[in-house]
Design a protein around this ligand. Structure first.
Ligand code: NDP
Length: 420
C-alpha cells in the first residue's frame, strides 16, 4: 500500500512522481500531465460549433480511496477550492474503517417513444405487446455492433400516462452511456409503433432518468475514528445522523446536501469525459422519487458505527462521446487503472459519499467556512492581484484577519508592496 501522507504539501512534480509510481501511469500519460497538453484545437474545433479555443480548469487528484477493497487515485476537475481536500479527507477517515462497499444494481438505459392521438389505447398496448420480439429485433438491427459486444435491446414496456401512450425500450449499452445508441434504436421503431398503435409519435429519445443504472455506495465508519476524544466522536456521529435526517425533511437543506455530493461526483464525471448534465438531471429526479426532494444519502448509527449509504442513477461510460478524443481524459483513465463502466460508477458513487461525509463532519463541528476560507484565501489573494510568493504571504495573512474578503486582500497586498 502506498503512503500518500502529506501529499498535498508536495510540489506538483513530486505529486506526479508519487502518483506515477503508485498507479503505474504510462510514460505517455506522465508526459501529458507534465507538459500540460490540452485538447488540441484540431479536435476541439470538430467537437462543438462556433469553436473559439479551449477552456482550462484545475486538474487535481484524490490520492487514495478504498472502494470494494481496492485502492484508487481519483482525478478530479473542479474550480471550487476545498472540494478535493474534503473528498480526500473523507476517503482517508473512511479507509480506516475499511472504505466503501458498492453494489451496481443494474446497467440498462431506458429510452422512450411517446405516442399521442391513440384512439384505442388498450388495443394499441395489445398490438405492441404482441410484436415485442420483432420490435426488439428491429431496435437491435439499428445498432448491431452492441449485440456483438454482448449488449442490446432487452425489453420493451408500454404505459399510458395522461394523453400519451409511452413505449419504453430497455437497452444494455455495455461500456457506453448509450444516448446515441438508444436514439438510433428508438427512431428505428418509431414508425412501426405508429402503425401498431394507430397513433402519432411525438418524439423518440433516451431518458436521463436512468432508474435501471442504480449504484449504491455504503460505508461503516467506526465512531471511535471520528475524534480522539470519544465523547466528542459520539457527538459528531449523532450530529451527522441528525444532519442526514434534516436533508430528508427539508428540501432547502436537501438541495445543498446533494450539491455537496455532486461536488465530488461532477468533478470525476468531468475528468472522465462523462456527461455530467445527464447524471445531474437523473439524480435530482431520483431525489424526488418519494413525496418531495430529499437528500440522496443517509447516515445512521448502528452500534459502534456511523453507517452511510448513497444510491443514485450513474449511467457512466468508459467509451463513447468525447471520451476517446480528449488526451487528458485518457490520462485520467490511466490513473484510475482503466476501470470498467460498472467499476467507474462504484468509484464515483464512493467519491460522492466521501464528499458528503466530509461536508457534514465539517458542518456539525467547526462549520464549513473554516476549511473553505483557508483554501479560498489563495483565490482571494490572486483576485487581489498577488503573484508568485505574494500569494502565500497574503493568503496566510488573510486567514488571521476578521474579514477575510477581497477588500482585505487588496489592502494587505498594498501594504506588502509598499513595505518593499
Ligand atoms: P457514442 O455515440 O459515442 O457510442 C458509443 C461508441 O462506443 C460506439 O461507437 C461504440 O462502437 C463504441 N464502443 C467501443 N467499445 C464499446 C463497448 N465495450 N461498449 C459499448 N460501446 C463501445 O456514445 P453514446 O451512444 O454512449 O452517447 C453518449 C453521447 O451522447 C454523449 O456525448 C452525450 O453527451 C450525448 N448525448 C446525450 C443525450 C442525453 O443525455 N439526453 C442526448 C444526445 C446525445 P460501436 O458503434 O461499434 O458499437
Amino acid at each position: 500500500m502506498v503512503d500518500f501522507s502529506g501529499f498535498y504539501k508536495k510540489t506538483r512534480q513530486e505529486r506526479i512522481d508519487i502518483l506515477s509510481n503508485a498507479r503505474q501511469i504510462s510514460l505517455e500519460s506522465q508526459e501529458i500531465i507534465k507538459t500540460d497538453t490540452n485538447l488540441p484545437e484540431t479536435i476541439a474545433g470538430k467537437m462543438v460549433e462556433n469553436h473559439l479555443g479551449t477552456f482550462a480548469l484545475p486538474f487535481s487528484v484524490l490520492p487514495d480511496i478504498v472502494v470494494d477493497n481496492m485502492h484508487y487515485s481519483v482525478p478530479m476537475v473542479t474550480e471550487e477550492p476545498s472540494v478535493v481536500a474534503a473528498a480526500s479527507l473523507g476517503a482517508k477517515i473512511i479507509a480506516k474503517s475499511g472504505g466503501f462497499i458498492t453494489t451496481v444494481h443494474n446497467r440498462l438505459m431506458i429510452g422512450q417513444v411517446a405516442l399521442y392521438d391513440v384512439a384505442d389505447t388498450s388495443a394499441a398496448c395489445f398490438s405492441i405487446s404482441q410484436k415485442k420480439a420483432e420490435l426488439l429485433e428491429m431496435a437491435n438491427a439499428a445498432h448491431p455492433s452492441i449485440l456483438k459486444r454482448g449488449g442490446g435491446a432487452q425489453d420493451l414496456t408500454v404505459e399510458e400516462k395522461g394523453e400519451f401512450l409511452i413505449v419504453y425500450l430497455h437497452v444494455d449499452v455495455q461500456e457506453a452511456m448509450g444516448a446515441n445508441m438508444l436514439n438510433n434504436m428508438l427512431e428505428a421503431i418509431k414508425e412501426p409503433l405508429e402503425e401498431l398503435s394507430q397513433g402519432q409519435s411525438l418524439m423518440a429519445i433516451l431518458s436521463n432518468y436512468a432508474t435501471e443504472s442504480l449504484v449504491t455506495a455504503s460505508c461503516q465508519v467506526s465512531i471511535s475514528t471520528l475524534n480522539i476524544k470519544q465523547d466528542l466522536a459520539k457527538e459528531i456521529a449523532q450530529k451527522i445522523s441528525l444532519a442526514s435526517q434534516l436533508a430528508q425533511v427539508d428540501p432547502y437543506r436537501a438541495t445543498t446536501h446533494n450539491k455537496g455530493i455532486f461536488n465530488g461526483i461532477d468533478a470525476v464525471l468531468l475528468a472522465t469525459g462523462n456527461d455530467w448534465r445527464a447524471t445531474e438531471a437523473g439524480s435530482h429526479a431520483w431525489a424526488c422519487q418519494k413525496d418531495h426532494y430529499r437528500g440522496l444519502s443517509t447516515w445512521t448509527i448502528e452500534e459502534d458505527a456511523l453507517v452511510g449509504s448513497l444510491t443514485l442513477p450513474l449511467p457512466v461510460a468508459t467509451v463513447g462521446g468525447s471520451i476517446g478524443l480528449n488526451p487528458k481524459v485518457q490520462v485520467v483513465f490511466d490513473i484510475l487503472g482503466h476501470p470498467s463502466s460498472k467499476e467507474l460508477a462504484s468509484i464515483i458513487a464512493s467519491c460522492g459519499l466521501s464528499q458528503n461525509f466530509a461536508a457534514l463532519r465539517a458542518l456539525v463541528t467547526t462549520g464549513i467556512q473554516q476549511g473553505h476560507m483557508k483554501l479560498h484565501a489563495k483565490s482571494l489573494a490572486m483576485l487581489a492581484g498577488a503573484t508568485g510568493n505574494e500569494i502565500d504571504i497574503i493568503a496566510t495573512q488573510l486567514r488571521q484577519e476578521k474579514h477575510s474578503n477581497l477588500e482585505t486582500a487588496q489592502n494587505l497586498l498594498f501594504n506588502l508592496r509598499n513595505k518593499k
